[in-house]
Design a protein around this ligand. Structure first.
Ligand SMILES: O=C(O)CCC(=O)C(=O)O
Length: 271
């Protein structure tokens, strides 16, 4: 599960970086599928793949494709990736729910992804909470961003380290382009992953390279959180999901140990 060093880092900063969570061949496959899908208008996307605007909303927002895990097995496997689930299981006390997968493409024409923290008014709430006690760290809304491209220093993901524990509103003049120590940029390589609590103030700098930035955001919550009405697997597309991923998407009480969690724990113990 999470090592002592990872817990220390996550508690202090609100994120951990995992290197090489996916193989080069899996990255190449996901990039190829991304190129195919991004070339299609919404009406031609394979169901239930759909477009959601990026952040912040607007004409030049990045294009986020929701539900790639329903239509491609490599994207599906990524949601159950051992390294990512090792962290997600620790952070949810073995009560995870897969909330959503978003494949986001940023081009140099997209606006930056302004600083935000997935919480109304920047406030902590039960659906987006962080706690540390008794040698454990606990988060109810987790984002695992897997990069499909090499991200150079100065570009891509930024965050305000430690802001998941802040009780004060961030200054208005703090932006994704502010520098350290308040705003820190995390350049990573293709196949690397940043796992962060959505309570962490984060965003992305404007992309400046000719080839697009492509990132798979795998989002998880605690199994007993109802993030929005209709939370859970899309029943009409049940046949497109493995039993494990279907169960991972289901809501469950905090007393329920999902079978998929038992299988993941056994697999992680034998690694
Ligand atoms: O593009 C990024 O790295 C930031 C993504 C983001 O803000 C989010 O998924 O909430």
């Amino acid at each position: 599960m999470m090592t002592d060093r990872e817990k220390w880092h996550f508690d202090l900063h609100g994120y951990v970086i995992l290197r090489n969570v996916v193989s080069k061949s899996a990255v190449d496959h996901m990039v190829k599928r991304c190129e195919e899908w991004q070339a299609l208008p919404d009406s031609e996307l394979p169901i239930p793949l759909s477009t959601a605007g990026g952040y912040p909303p607007g004409e030049n927002a990045s294009r986020a494709l929701i539900n790639p895990e329903y239509v491609d097995s490599v994207y599906a496997d990524l949601q159950l990736n051992d390294e990512i689930m090792r962290i997600v299981l620790s952070l949810t006390d073995n009560c995870p729910q897969h909330l959503q997968c978003a494949l986001i493409q940023n081009t140099r024409h997209c606006t930056d992804g302004g600083l935000h923290n997935g919480a109304e008014g920047g406030l902590r709430n039960p659906a987006n909470d962080y706690q540390a006690a008794d040698g454990r760290v606990f988060a109810t809304f987790i984002n695992a961003g897997v990069s499909l491209v090499d991200v150079p220093a100065g570009a891509g993901f930024v965050c305000v380290p430690g802001s998941h524990k802040s009780h004060f509103a961030a200054p208005d003049d703090l932006t994704v382009d502010s520098g350290p120590p308040s705003v820190v940029n995390l350049p990573i390589n293709a196949g690397d992953c940043v796992v962060f609590t959505e309570l962490l103030r984060h965003g992305a700098r404007r992309w400046t390279l000719d080839t697009p930035r492509r990132t798979v955001f795998c989002r998880y919550v605690t199994s007993y959180a109802s993030w929005s009405p209709g939370n859970g697997p899309a029943e009409q597309h049940r046949g497109l999901l493995s039993d494990d991923l279907y169960e991972l998407k289901e809501m469950a009480s905090f007393r329920t140990r999902k079978k998929v969690v038992e299988r993941l724990l056994a697999r992680l113990a034998s690694n």
